[in-house]
Design a protein around this ligand. Structure first.
Ligand code: NAD
Length: 248
């Protein structure tokens, strides 16, 4: 098993069809003890319970420094270490450029970008003390293409910011043996996409995907397992595309 004796924290992982929960399940299958952080305490606890009784579900809004610090303190109190952080929490808003109001901008940037910074800051002292760690940041193909199907320009900006932040963290934390990498998923079937694609939209999208299918949450979870585990021991600062070939 690739994550035996490892402890992983995954943000935004309570949603049953989401990328975070798929990652939590795969990590648990690979031997990790997993802490699921999400907005709602009951949902986080229920998601963790589905994985087994050695996992933890905690309420934490990733945009709230105090809540993030408290949740990470609880994880350390319970397990004594943190080996992997997956910065997965994110929200989209299907707005056009001129429709973006300040509160839209703040909400989208806060969850993806500030959330990634705050959760990373919360685990870094522990990883430094251990002399090892892996941080995986979930960005999006929207960052690379300057747009996606559901996220607006502010979402593209937030996710591009995540790529820059991940590289900067990788540079600064390399000497501490903490690796930081990013994943750029393409169009993955989750609650974000469920029921929102017409047949015509689906046909048009598939025409631009050489693998000729939408992604599955497990496709992203497997990439997170690669980056979170020692399989990627000499990779830091990289961006792993999981998009079916959309950018070829
Ligand atoms: P999802 O909506 O199914 O899950 C997102 C989770 O984040 C939810 O459980 C939600 O409660 C949680 N969350 C939202 N705001 C939060 C906050 N402030 N603090 C803590 N948790 C919060 O979404 P998903 O499709 O699984 O997406 C997961 C990540 O992958 C997101 O960052 C998303 O932008 C990114 N992504 C998704 C796709 C896709 O096609 N689904 C593509 C590229 C990138």
């Amino acid at each position: 098993m690739l994550l035996n004796d490892k402890v992983a924290v995954i943000t935004g992982a309570a949603s049953a069809r989401g990328l975070g929960f798929a990652t939590a399940r795969l990590f648990a299958e690979q031997g990790a003890r997993v802490a699921i952080l999400d907005l709602d305490a009951d949902a986080a606890a229920a998601a963790a319970a589905q994985l087994g009784d050695q996992h933890l579900g905690l309420a934490a809004d990733v945009t709230n420094e105090h809540q993030v610090q408290q949740a990470i303190a609880e994880v350390i109190n319970r397990y004594g270490r943190i080996d992997v952080l997956v910065n997965n929490a994110g929200i989209t808003q299907p707005l056009k450029l001129m429709e973006i109001a300040q509160n839209n901008y703040d909400a989208v940037l806060d969850v993806s970008l500030r959330g990634t910074l705050l959760a990373s800051q919360a685990v870094i002292p522990t990883m430094r003390a251990q002399g090892s760690g892996s941080i995986v940041c979930i960005s999006s193909v929207s960052a690379q293409r300057g747009g996606g199907i559901f996220g607006g320009p502010h979402y593209s900006a937030a996710k591009a910011g995540v790529l820059g932040l991940a590289k900067a963290m990788a540079r600064e934390l390399g000497p501490d043996n903490i690796r930081v990498n990013a994943i750029t998923p393409g169009l993955i079937q989750t609650d974000i996409t469920a029921g929102k694609l017409t047949d015509e939209m689906r046909r048009n999208i598939l025409a631009g995907i050489p693998l000729n299918r939408l992604g599955d949450a497990l496709d992203v979870a497997r990439a997170a397992l690669f980056l979170g585990s020692d399989l990627s021991s000499y990779s830091t600062g990289i961006t792993l595309d999981v998009n079916g070939g959309m950018l070829i």
